[in-house]
Design a protein around this ligand. Sequence first.
Ligand SMILES: Nc1ncnc2c1ncn2[C@@H]1O[C@H](COP(=O)(O)OP(=O)(O)OP(=O)(O)O)[C@@H](O)[C@H]1O
Ligand SMILES: [Mg+2]
Length: 180
Amino acid sequence: MRELSLNVLDIVQNSISAKATVIEIELLEHIEKDLLEINIFDNGKGMTEEQVKSVIDPFFTTRTTRKVGLGIPLFKMAAEMSGGWLDIKSEVGKGTRVYTSYGYSNVDRMPVGDMNGTVSMLIRMNPDIDFVYTHSINEKSYVLDTRELREQLDDVPLDTPDVIEWIEEYLKENDAELTT
Ligand SMILES: Nc1ncnc2c1ncn2[C@@H]1O[C@H](COP(=O)(O)OP(=O)(O)OP(=O)(O)O)[C@@H](O)[C@H]1O
Ligand SMILES: [Mg+2]
């Protein structure tokens, strides 16, 4: 995978499969600390400690009855390649928190890619799920919270073209703000 935003898409797919109704995505660029963090939190069905261990290291488990998924191992590899790490905290019935860190300037750190495109696509494809997207660069940050957006919109669905266009514009403008 060439871009971290594609890994995010994959990891969020897990949250959707786990029946999450609220999914949070954090893109935290601590450039001054040479650190990048990407976190994905959900309120889906969660996993046991055993399950978490086996999804992080699928080849470690001796049982081979289950198809080996690669979403999480690939995300972990992307983080570790750049001198970072992946960690998962999960609780059955409560949800899952996937944390990753990267060496920001590490030559093997994959580019973030089109995170705004990923966020707007996720909203468009899953209009009944709420997404909370936080993007920070050093001390500055902004949040897109579809729960707040929904309140403003009354009963207009989030996948309405005008709404998606507004979301894309909001992300673009706020990103520009972060770098000024
Ligand atoms: N957020 C989550 N909530 C609940 N279970 C999860 C979550 N993320 C992963 N899992 C469990 O871990 C397994 C492995 O996830 P992973 O993304 O590595 O592979 P996969 O989704 O099975 O297959 P692939 O992503 O390669 O299509 C999932 O099948 C699921 O059972
Ligand atoms: Mg997956």
